[in-house]
Write a protein that binds this ligand. Structure first.
Ligand code: PMP
Length: 371
């Protein structure tokens, strides 16, 4: 019998889109998939080589719950914090779950600006939090006054994510600092998910690492195209890390040892930025292309400053739009799972080749014109 805490959690939307694509493919429709949430690049061969070497050197055991010293030190150096403020986790997802279980009091409010990464809603529900959403449409930027209005002493945690999935928006430093200040006044923790921090175009994202009451979550899934390796990390005060350790010691336990070693080696070699920048150069071309095409179609869309998604407004309900568009050979993600007020938005991922994007934009243009 399923536990009551899961009663509000559904997997139907994701399953539905998967089925829709499968059905279309079975009918012989060639579908270009623009719903992918990971870089389309493979992990750089040098990192793979370093991992093989690490395995041969017996990095095949448990590590400290906090991660291997070399990796903690390399991450700490990047942020200008102490290694004792770094905890390595099994992907950013494990870090987010640890933070949710550590800081969301049952029955307390969890503030999530909408649209946002859909997992935050699940973490909040699993932990018995009451979700309070903050509308950010149509600019997708946080209105600090509006946030101030809905914050009170019942809020335990605020999730923010910049560069943002699904909009690509990068928040400015002033807004971010105001969010932390407002949350601190209510004794709430801010979880700043900075997983896309290396994927930005002109506006450099601000990190909230080192601020009081803030848990920074990051990892290498996106910046080094390592989604399958499961290396994430948290930066927070020792007090907050102690609370998260209570969950992490039984949840992730430790991240894969050889993967930790490979990441530490690539960070220390100075090659990590080069690998990320090469990818970003490619993403930038695609962003410019898809953004221009969507504008030509007459769709309202915010130009992304980071990540690899666009979140255009569409003229009909997002589910109907996505289901009908699949029939024309393009898969996108409906906006609804990203929170309230998103029924007329879809997420487009440009983590696919320029050739695929050209085909997809041509098909989408024809579809939109026919609506
Ligand atoms: N946060 C955001 C905003 C994401 O988009 C994703 C991946 N889709 C994650 C966290 C999870 O990252 P990881 O693979 O490191 O668990």
């Amino acid at each position: 019998m399923e536990a009551r805490r899961l009663s509000q959690i559904s997997t139907s939307m994701i399953r539905r889109m998967f089925e829709v694509v499968q059905e279309a493919r079975k009918k012989g429709i060639d579908v270009v998939n623009l719903s992918i949430g990971e870089p389309d690049f493979d992990t750089h061969p040098e990192i793979v080589e370093k991992a093989c070497e690490a395995m041969r050197k017996s990095f095949t055991h448990y590590t400290s719950n906090f991660g291997i010293d070399e990796l903690r030190a390399a991450i700490a150096e990047r942020y200008g914090v102490e290694p004792k403020n770094v905890m390595v986790t099994a992907g950013a997802s494990e870090a987010l779950m640890n933070a949710a279980l550590a800081f969301i009091e049952e029955g307390s409010k969890v503030v999530i600006p909408s649209p946002n990464f859909l997992s935050y809603f699940t973490y909040a529900k699993v932990c018995g939090g009451k979700i309070v959403q903050l509308k950010t449409h149509p600019t997708f930027e946080i209105d600090v006054d509006a946030l101030n209005e809905l914050m009170d002493k019942d809020v335990s945690l605020v999730f923010i994510n910049y560069p943002n999935n699904p909009t690509g928006v990068v928040a400015d430093e002033k807004t971010l600092k105001a969010v932390v200040e407002i949350a601190s006044d209510c004794n709430a923790i801010v979880v700043s998910d900075e997983i896309y921090d290396a994927i930005y175009y002109d506006k450099k994202p601000t990190s909230l690492a080192g601020m009081e009451n803030v848990v920074v979550v990051n990892g290498f899934s996106k910046s080094l195209a390592m989604t399958g390796w499961r290396i994430g990390f948290v930066i927070a005060s020792e007090t907050l890390l102690d609370s998260m350790l209570k969950v992490h010691q039984v949840n992730g336990v430790c991240a894969p040892a050889f993967a930790q070693k490979a990441v530490a080696d690539v960070l220390l070699s100075g090659k990590a930025d080069e690998i990320a920048n090469e990818m970003v150069g490619e993403f930038r071309k695609r962003r410019d292309y898809v953004y221009d095409e969507l504008k030509k179609m007459g769709l309202e869309v915010v130009k992304p400053e980071g990540a690899f998604y666009l979140f255009p407004r569409v003229p009909i309900n997002c589910i109907e739009f996505a289901e009908k568009l699949v029939e024309k050979g393009v898969a996108v993600t409906p906006g609804l799972p990203f929170g309230d007020w998103n029924e007329n938005y879809v997420r487009i991922s440009y983590a696919t080749s320029m050739e695929n994007l050209r085909i997809a934009m041509e098909r989408m243009k024809e579809f939109v014109e026919g609506l």
